[in-house]
Each structure stands twice: as structure tokens, then as C-alpha cells.
Ligand binder design. Structure first.
Ligand code: GLV
Ligand code: MN
Ligand code: MN
Length: 412
């Protein structure tokens, strides 16, 4: 028996999920542990229950849906939180496709050798802490980072958790029992232009980039914008701007990586006040671990030098550090074979975006399937993919899951 996903149900579920956090200004915002994210999780739990899977939410707010007996499961999933003004596919596709696969298997009842589980991990986007949910699941969270974590509005993680009936102490105990995960699969949009340009419907991910995040502060002196001579100002914004330009130039000329200043808070923030303090959100990425470390060293040195030259204070707070990872050759081989069997062209590729799979990879056999993003757009309201590619990706996901769960129907 060959099992087939239901593309209409998949699309309907994607469209329903996109209603949560939709903003009239354009785009979707489901900040983890916020009201829209919570409502979306309740929607997901109801869908999991309606599919007659066993639903549960853990102490990190991760939502799970299980099929089959106790024992190490083949896990499939992604995240449903979004960036501000994000799109409807990043993460959501992996979760809704996981639900579709498990629901199809639940309905068609092929004999399975191993249980299957789906998951939507909390805060993949790092509103509070990158990969918070998947790191909780594998026991890779530290108490200190949880105590310091806050979102861009300055809301502490503990407060956001409390609003959801969760807390830090429990979160540290959210770890799935060791060896509970047999393998992990994630379907995701590419979020870049390569598959579309090559007219290839499937990407099979080999490596995921390493990502570091810092909050940087330049401390100057607020003063009157009309009467303070340019020569004596301690203008924090000029320091921050020079820093952003210099790190960009350094990274372009010394690495294959990227650096982004994604946000600047200018304080006090008025036409007529010399900026007294600027807080910047900085992240940088590299596929090589050694290069990621040299980027860090160079960036901190540039910050200290710019601050010194401009008579400013400089503080750098490391928020997260996720090493680059290689995904499982065994899972890559399974995806290749199943793509071939479906007659789908594929390309092996490296991911410049972060994914929960990189947190799972050191603990279990992890693999990822990409489908094309239109015009390579993501983390913006224009993020889009063709339904035809979504269906192909979800069917490939189902076939890989059946193989990994040791189903006879995978061989039919
Ligand atoms: C995750 O979406 C990332 O920022 O790469
Ligand atoms: Mn994202
Ligand atoms: Mn994502």
C-alpha cells in the first residue's frame, strides 16, 4: 500500500494557522509565549487530538503529538513561532506537514516498527532565547541564560513564561528522557533563492550554519542637540553606526559568513538630544566553527576600538552561540533514495538559516528537507512557496518517515 498525504487538508491547515498573529500592517507575528503563539498552540493541540494522536505540552511549551507505543520515536517537526512581520511558511510548514503525515499514517494504519512523534518547538526564532524549546528537549539549557533572557521589549523570559503557566525551574527539567528520540526529520522552506533558480523542487541539507547572537551597548552622553559642539559630543549612535559599517566590511573581506545588526535602540531617542546610549542586536553566522570564533574576536575588537576613538563606553553581552553542525549521512541517504523513488529532482545544500535540527543533530540522527522559496524571500511578509512544491515536500517527508519507522508500506 502506498500512502499519500492529503494536499487539500495540508493547505487548509496552513491557511488556518496563518490567521494567528496576522497583522493588518502586513505579515504575521507570533512571538513565542505571546498571545498569538499561545492561541496557535491551542489550535495545534486541538488538531492533534482531532487526528486521534496523543497530544501533550511540555514544560518548555513545546507541543507534541504521538502515534504508537512507548519507546524511542522517530520525531518530525519544526516551530510555529515567527519573527516580527514574518511569513506563513517558516517553521509552520514543518509542523503542519508533520501533522499531515502522522494523521495520514493514523488513518491508513500501516504496520510500524517504531513509534512516531510530531513536535512544534517553542521560540525557535529566539525572541527570548534561540532554539529554547529544542534545547530544553535535549537538556542543553543553562539556568543563567534563562535568568538573563528577555525579548526586545525588555520583558524577562520568566514573566512571559508565567503568563503561559510555565516557569524556569520546570523548564530546566523539560528534557525528553535520553534516547527517547530515534531520529529527527524537519521539512522547511529554503528561505533563499538557490532551489528556485535551479528549478529543483527538493533540497537535502548537509550542514547548518553556526550562529552567534550578542547585545552590544555603546554608552555616550545625552546632551542638547543645539548647543553641544560637535567636537565635544559623546554620540552613541555615531559609534554604533561606525561599528556596524566596520564589522560588515571586515566580515566581507575575511570570511564566507554574514553579520547583521538587526535592531538599534537609540536612547533617549528625540530630534533634539544627542544620543546617549545605543543598544544593538547583533548576530553573525559561519559554516566553519573556527571562522565563527575569529569573527567573534574581530567584532569585539572593532567595537572596543570604535568606542575608544569616540570616547564611548562599550559592553558586549553574549546571548547565544550555536555551533555549525553536519546532518546525519544515514538520513541524507534515506531522503535521497525516497526522492529518487518519487522521481523528484534534488540538490544537496548547506543551510544559512538556523533550524531546530541543529540542536537535535548532536543527540540523534537528524535530517532536513527544503522546498523552494519564491524569490528567496523569508522573514518578511512576502515569504511564499508553491503549493505544488509543498505537496511534494510533504509526500517525501511521509515516505522518509515510513522508512525510518520501519513500515512495510515503505517498501511497497
Ligand atoms: C531562523 O529562522 C534563523 O534566524 O535562521
Ligand atoms: Mn525563521
Ligand atoms: Mn524556521
Amino acid at each position: 500500500m502506498r500512502l499519500a498525504i492529503d494536499p487539500f487538508r495540508l493547505r487548509k491547515n496552513m491557511e488556518e494557522l496563518a490567521e494567528f498573529g496576522w497583522e493588518s500592517t502586513g505579515g504575521i507575528w507570533r512571538e513565542s509565549f505571546g498571545a498569538a503563539d499561545q492561541a496557535a498552540k491551542q489550535w495545534l493541540i486541538a488538531k492533534i487530538e482531532a487526528a486521534r494522536l496523543h497530544a501533550r505540552q511540555d514544560a518548555a511549551g513545546n507541543v507534541w503529538g504521538r502515534l504508537g507505543p512507548a519507546g524511542p520515536a522517530v520525531l518530525v517537526g519544526s516551530h510555529i513561532d515567527t519573527v516580527p512581520a514574518g511569513g506563513m511558511f517558516d517553521g509552520a510548514l514543518g509542523v503542519v506537514a508533520a501533522l499531515e503525515c502522522l494523521q495520514t499514517i493514523r488513518e491508513q494504519k500501516p504496520a510500524l516498527g517504531h513509534p512516531l512523534e510530531m513536535v512544534a518547538f517553542s521560540d525557535e526564532e529566539g525572541a527570548f532565547l534561540s532554539f529554547l524549546g529544542s534545547r530544553a528537549a535535549v537538556g542543553a539549557l543553562r539556568r543563567e541564560e534563562l535568568a538573563e533572557a528577555q525579548n526586545m521589549q525588555g520583558v524577562p523570559l520568566a514573566q512571559a513564561l508565567a503568563a503561559c503557566g510555565l516557569n524556569v525551574a520546570e523548564l530546566l527539567r523539560a528534557r525528553s528522557t535520553p534516547h527517547a528520540i530515534r531520529a529527527y526529520l524537519e521539512l522547511h522552506i529554503e528561505q533563499g533563492p538557490r532551489l528556485e533558480a535551479a528549478q529543483i523542487p527538493i533540497g537535502i541539507v548537509r550542514t547548518i550554519v553556526g550562529i552567534a547572537a550578542y547585545r552590544i551597548t555603546f554608552q555616550g552622553e545625552a546632551n542638547h542637540a543645539g548647543t553641544t559642539p560637535l567636537a565635544v559630543r559623546k554620540d552613541a549612535l555615531l559609534g554604533a553606526a561606525e561599528f556596524a559599517l566596520q564589522v560588515d566590511a571586515w566580515v566581507r573581506s575575511h570570511t564566507l559568513g554574514v553579520v547583521t545588526v538587526g535592531n538599534m535602540d537609540v536612547l533617549p531617542g528625540a530630534f533634539n538630544i544627542v544620543p546617549g546610549e545605543v543598544r544593538l542586536a547583533l548576530e553573525f553566522r559561519e559554516a566553519s566553527s573556527a571562522q565563527l570564533a575569529s569573527m567573534e574576536q574581530a567584532i569585539l575588537q572593532i567595537g572596543a576600538e570604535v568606542a575608544h576613538q569616540r570616547n564611548l563606553g562599550f559592553r558586549a553581552q553574549k546571548l547565544s552561540w550555536d555551533e555549525p553542525v553536519a546532518l546525519s549521512p544515514a538520513i541524507i541517504a534515506v531522503i535521497r533514495q525516497e526522492a529518487d523513488a518519487l522521481g523528484l529532482k534534488f540538490q544537496l545544500m548547506d543551510s544559512g538559516a538556523g533550524h531546530d535540527a541543529q540542536i537535535l543533530a548532536p543527540q540523534t540522527e537528524a535530517g532536513m528537507i527544503f522546498i523552494p522559496s519564491l524569490q528567496g524571500k523569508s522573514h518578511c511578509p512576502q515569504e511564499n512557496s508553491r503549493w505544488e512544491h509543498i505537496e511534494q515536500g510533504a509526500q517525501l517527508l511521509l515516505n522518509c518517515l515510513l522508512r525510518l519507522a520501519g513500515s512495510e508500506s515503505a517498501k511497497a
